[in-house]
Write a protein that binds this ligand. Sequence first.
Ligand code: CA2
Length: 157
Amino acid sequence: MSEERRRILVIHGPNLNLLGVREPGHYGQMTLPEIERELAAIAGSMGYEIVSFQSNHEGALVERIQAERERVRGVLINPAAYTHTSVAIRDALLAVGLPVVEVHLSNIHRREAFRRHSYVADIAVGQLTGLGPDSYFLGLVALINHIEGFRGLPRAS
Ligand code: CA2
């Protein structure tokens, strides 16, 4: 991978395409394109760009993670419902060997018992959960800081 490829893969699991469109009471009012615009701005301020992918299909998520292996330096992922079920996504993340930060809009530890277990958490650098879109934004900063070595929070220049 060339040095100028300072990219982060952002993966969104099933139903997250409906963010801000359905059930805003549960997952907030920000749409996925709005979250991605903010992620791109944060990444840009840290010298990175993002490559985003959302799918409702487990195999498509696995294939995209594999395909980006040489092109990105880390993975920010909200596996959504697959968090709690997918050995395939866990194995794909392990196979590519990139640093991973797991994010959730809602606090998965305050909800139904089946949401407390994540197949990604123990292979991730860390997990941010329950902070709404801030889980994504803070997770992205933490992932880039992990890759680069901690250098504080981004500030407007
Ligand atoms: O809190 C999160 O970010 C979750 O990953 C969201 C998943 C859920 O299965 C996880 O346990 C926690 C569900 C995403 C569903 O997204 C929707 C968005 C709008 C309307 C309906 C569903």
